[in-house]
Ligand binder design. Structure first.
Ligand SMILES: Cc1cc2nc3c(=O)[nH]c(=O)nc-3n(C[C@H](O)[C@H](O)[C@H](O)COP(=O)(O)OP(=O)(O)OC[C@H]3O[C@@H](n4cnc5c(N)ncnc54)[C@H](O)[C@@H]3O)c2cc1C
Ligand code: SF4
Ligand code: SF4
Length: 1020
């Protein structure tokens, strides 16, 4: 039995006092101090981990003013705070002790919008992609782009002066901010915008915070102009944050360059008025392939001369990692599969005149054609005009950081020198020296970046659990700083300073650094905001933070070895936040999207588990070891003794394991994270492991036994479907099922069992002897169809139609007798039972496979369990048994479908739209394409709907505790997309049983399985 983890890290008394007073003033927002909430904001994408005392989520701007006002009161001067947005910082910018003020949960209002004047106002929690989706119908977008555009917030972008693809043309965030509303410690709200120097001079005389700030900044820029002009290099990615070099432009004065990039050290950004940029009418992308990264970098000058909007370079390391990612499926045709690919340049042209764009493109491709003849030039290129394909290539580029994290081995790429920028003309030279440094240290790394802006992304691979590698980080960091200064570049070219602030005095020099500190003091005289970052209040005890700040690796190394191995993906989660995606039409991660609570994301869950493993380790328990024992242990008596002890022992007042349980409880086990996360942080698998140990101590809810045993129960009640449906319709039984077992909206069983229907239609059941007696020709035509609990007992017609189609195609389908597959056992963490069942089933599947005939599963989630969960608990099987997805088998034999297709199909105009199953979409990205090919063979057009998760996931949606969440998820993406498809007369097909069942439950309509639509069409 696992021990109780009843120690809670303390909260500083001054913070407790502050929060108590905040509560007493009816603070409009949430105040959270439990460990899970604190852990969820203790990391970002950096190597650091800093546990704050508390996290607060203001619901309104007034609430931010309220909390800031209280911070400014004398008795709370010891309390420090840090604003937080999407938490995608790569250098611990938003990590600090004290109070984290998370502005991303509630402050998400967009508007007002003034198209004439070309601006929009946003609250700080708005995510960039959300803003651009809002602006798109109006023909505008917010130009600064950054890779994590689906989770980084505008507040964070302002505070880091973010930029990315296209920055050579569009500039950085500061270039697009017309005004910004900043709340200072003390509660004063300032609206900062560009003004005349004369007005600024007047403001400087006022005895108020804005007067003090203006006075200080004016004094700095006027009296230290010479030093300032020497510090800021004149390169596309110059220094940002407290940018004194840009405050004065002729007779104009602006504090916006000071605030943009100030990393939450000056005030809380509560609103910003942003400039709009018209969306270009035409877009072209050129994907140029090179034999090496150096060749790709070397081409920068040539490419820049054609004046594209963006040039982005990717190296062979990232490309190789992409080959193993779901993204490769979308881009491989465009990049070619050749091993010789050593670097890629993505060159984008945008404009309103498509003809002019094509001419520019043609000029460039002519030059490239000439290059192709040279051995050191490009090795090929592809002009891409199809928007989906262009988006896929940009997605590959955006995934770069995440992909690097997927590098195998103990050492993983980590950010700390990942955004240096040098004059673009010197980039190739600089990269050569940088590489020499890394190679000399024996480190692996991946590189990509904004070649047109001279900004390079490099993440050397280190294992920060190893103290020697931790020391290497400092060694390398110091050397890269010298190198970048030697090339006249900047160390912080894109991602801000954060814990790299220790270098600020060295880079800025004593004179300018003193001015930065004066600016800090003018905005935040008591130094309570994000202390130690960028600058310190002169005369205070505060010190600049350093890259030696507490690292996650130091905590991870306390996790016992077997736990590190078993939960490796939780440790390798690099916090890049791809799983925070707010796009409802992406599968990743439905619970995170609905709840908007970082705890309920794969990253949050991985963090909870790491701490759990560490705390168990401190109590002498290696969870990995325990799980290994549990899987093979076969002493039920011992288990029941444990349970009895657990049930009768006193309930602890606090056990951290409960927090982990709560954090995992909302996980649908949809497995989107297992594949869509670049590190494959498979939360579903870890949840199963966690539950197995948790329920050694704590009794399971009845619901878990019901769900886990359903496959067997259905085999019994499925014989008398009408009786059980009647039984289940009795209100008292329904109520008991809901209240006592925790199950709601149980679907009705099919009135006629599959068994009976098969007999009536004379469809063969598989029988070894029967099979052996059949002629060779018959055997060759045999296909073994595996049953699953869902289609067999609820939708036997789907099985019958699949079998019917196989017969029409000239095959001899034989339905294998029903057996339980055990997926629910795995989901609920009945690990030992699952392992036994999986071993038995795999042995049986081996016997079937030995007959040399294909095995085909109907239900995708169940079929994929044979591939994934079975492999997880049993290891790789050799030779592997392959249970094919139905569409893969149909695809292999689509010539027979072609032969069946009516000749006059063309012109029917009927379109079909496939609403895919999320596990299938992510685990087997090519599987949906197979349906398209099969439909095309039948002369039908099938499109793929871009939808997220339907919210059902097996029986998750039928669990009373999750029913509301499940419906909420359905309403985010499926419901509107289905309604739109139907309104346009498109026929919808849905391959997943749970998805069909969810549509039926919420919208009361019955959708067809693709095979049903196919059969109907083939029969004419
Ligand atoms: C995979 C990956 C790729 C990246 N690529 C890019 C890129 O292409 N270009 C780029 O510029 N950056 C990039 N970054 C860095 C990061 O995404 C940006 O710095 C981003 O702007 C941070 O936004 P956020 O909402 O996540 O802010 P957070 O990380 O939450 O905070 C960042 C800083 O802003 C402050 N802050 C946040 N909100 C406020 C507010 N309302 N008021 C005051 N201060 C606030 C915080 O205190 C902190 O100092 C990348 C990061 C990752 C993980
Ligand atoms: S779970 Fe995956 S996607 Fe999410 S932060 Fe971790 S590594 Fe990134
Ligand atoms: S399994 Fe699905 S719901 Fe659970 S964490 Fe992963 S993506 Fe989120």
């Amino acid at each position: 039995m696992i021990p109780i983890l009843d120690e809670q890290p303390g909260i500083r008394p001054e913070v407790l006092g502050y929060l108590e007073e905040l509560r007493s003033r009816d603070f409009d927002g949430q105040i959270e101090t439990h460990l899970a909430a604190r852990l969820a904001v203790a990391t970002d994408n950096s190597v650091y981990q800093v546990l704050p005392d508390a996290v607060v989520f203001p619901r309104s701007t007034a609430a931010v003013e309220q909390l800031a006002q209280l911070l400014g009161e004398d008795r709370h001067r010891q309390v420090t705070a840090v604003p937080r947005g999407g938490g995608t910082g790569t250098n611990g910018q938003a990590l600090a002790p004290g109070v984290v003020v998370d502005l991303s949960r509630h402050l998400r209002k967009i508007g007002p919008l003034d198209l004439e004047a070309g601006w929009v106002e946003v609250q700080p929690g708005v995510v960039l992609d959300e803003l651009n989706a809002y602006l798109k119908p109006h023909g505008f977008f917010f130009a600064p782009n950054l890779s994590p555009s689906n989770r980084a917030t505008l507040g964070g972008m302002v505070a880091t002066n973010a930029s990315g693809k296209g920055s050579r043309v569009y500039g950085r965030t500061a270039d697009h901010v017309r005004s910004v509303d900043l709340v200072l410690v003390g509660g004063t709200r300032l609206t900062l915008s560009e003004t005349t120097l004369e007005r600024a001079e007047h403001t400087a005389t006022i005895d108020a915070p804005l007067g003090r700030i203006t006075r200080t900044v004016l004094d700095s820029v006027c009296n230290h102009a010479r030093a300032i002009s020497q510090v800021w290099p004149d390169i596309p990615r110059s220094l940002t944050g407290y940018d004194l070099s840009s405050v004065l432009r002729q007779d104009r004065f602006s504090l916006i360059p000071v605030v943009c990039g100030s990393e939450g050290t000056l005030g809380f950004v509560v609103s910003a008025r942003l400039s709009l940029t018209p969306i270009a009418k035409a877009r072209r992308l050129l994907a140029i392939r090179y034999a090496s990264f150096e060749h790709a970098l070397g081409a920068a000058e040539l490419l820049v001369s054609s004046n594209p909007t963006a040039i982005e370079t990717i190296d062979d390391c990232v490309i190789d990692l992409a080959r193993k990612d779901a993204i490769w499926h979308k881009v491989s045709d465009l990049l070619g599969t050749g091993e010789e690919l050593g670097g890629v340049n993505l060159v984008e042209f945008t404009g309103n005149d498509a003809v002019a764009l094509d001419q520019r493109l043609e000029r460039l491709t002519k030059t490239l054609d000439a290059e192709l003849a040279r051995p050191d030039g490009c090795i090929g290129y592809q002009v891409v005009t199809e928007p989906r394909q262009m988006d896929a290539l940009w997605e590959l580029r955006k995934k770069g950081v995440g992909l690097l994290g997927a590098m195998r081995g103990q050492r993983r790429p980590v950010p700390f020198v990942e955004d240096t920028a040098v004059p673009p003309a010197r980039l190739a030279e600089y990269v050569r020296d940088f590489r020499a440094l890394l190679d000399g240290a024996g480190l692996k790394y991946g590189m990509f970046g904004h070649v047109d802006a001279g900004c390079l992304h490099v993440r050397p691979a280190l294992d920060l659990r190893d103290p020697e590698d931790e020391a290497r980080l400092r060694w390398l960091s110091d050397r890269v700083l010298s190198l970048v200064r030697h090339y006249g570049g900047v160390f912080w070219g894109e991602h801000g300073k954060g814990f790299r602030s220790e270098y600020v005095p060295e880079v800025f020099g004593a004179e300018v650094f003193a001015e930065l500190c004066r600016v800090k003091a003018a905005f935040d005289p008591t130094g309570q905001l994000n202390p130690g970052k960028l600058a310190v209040v002169p005369g205070s005890q505060q010190k600049l933070v350093s890259i030696d700040a507490p690292k996650r690796g130091a905590l991870d190394r306390q996790i016992p070895p077997a736990s590190q191995a078993r939960f490796d993906v939780a440790i390798y989660c690099n916090g890049n936040g791809q799983c925070f995606s707010t796009n409802p039409d992406q599968v990743m991660c439905p619970s995170s999207k609905l709840r908007r609570d970082r705890i309920h994301s794969p990253k949050g869950r991985a963090a909870l588990l790491r701490e759990w493993l560490r705390l168990l380790g401190k109590r002498g328990v290696d969870a990995g070891q325990r799980l290994a024992e549990l899987e093979i242990q076969s002493d039920p008596l011992l288990e029941w003794v444990d349970r009895f002890e657990a049930a009768t022992s006193a309930k602890p007042a606090y056990d951290y394991s409960h927090e982990v349980y709560q954090g995992l409880d909302g996980c649908l086990s949809c497995k989107a994270c297992a594949t869509d996360c670049p590190i494959n942080v498979d939360v579903a698998r870890m949840k199963s492991d966690f539950l197995a140990l948790y329920h050694q101590r704590y009794l399971r809810p009845l619901r878990d036994y019901f769900v886990a045993g359903l496959e067997w129960v259905l085999a019994i009640i499925g014989r008398l479907p009408r009786f059980f449906d009647w039984w289940m319709s009795i209100p008292l039984i329904k109520l008991a099922l809901e209240r006592q077992v925790g199950i709601v909206d149980a679907p009705r069983l099919a009135p006629k069992s599959l068994e009976r229907a098969l007999s009536e239609r004379g469809i063969e059941r598989f029988d070894t002897r029967e099979f052996a007696r059949a002629s060779e020709t018959k055997r060759k035509k045999t296909v073994l169809v595996l049953q699953d609990a869902f289609t067999t007992f609820y939708e036997p017609n789907v099985v019958l139609d699949a079998v019917e189609l196989m017969k029409m195609m000239g095959y001899r389908p034989m339905v294998v007798p029903y057996f339980a597959n055990g997926k629910a056992l795995h989901i609920k963490g009945f690990l030992r039972s699952f392992r036994r069942l999986a071993a038995r089933n795999r042995a049986f599947l081996h016997q079937l496979s030995a007959l040399g005939v294909p095995l085909v599963g109907i239900e995708p989630a169940v079929t994929l369990t044979y591939r994934d969960e079975y492999r997880q608990v049993l290891g790789e099987d050799s030779p592997p048994v392959r249970v094919e997805l139905l569409q893969d088998w149909l695809d292999e034999h689509r010539d027979q479908i072609e032969a069946l297709a009516p000749r006059d199909r063309a012109g029917s105009g009927q379109r079909y739209l496939l609403f895919g199953h999320c596990t299938e979409k992510t685990a087997e990205p090519a599987a949906q394409g197979a349906w398209q090919r099969v439909f095309a063979a039948a002369g039908l057009d099938l499109d793929l709907a871009e939808v997220g998760c339907c919210g059902m996931c097996g029986v998750f949606g039928h669990e009373a505790a999750h029913a509301e969440e499940s419906r909420g998820i359905y309403k985010m993406s499926w419901q509107p997309k289905l309604a739109a498809a139907k309104a346009s007369g498109t026929r919808v097909v849905v391959p997943g049983h749970s998805c069909r069942s969810q549509v039926h439950r919420v919208d009361d309509t019955i959708e067809q399985h693709p095979v049903q639509a196919l059969i109907e069409a083939l029969r004419g």
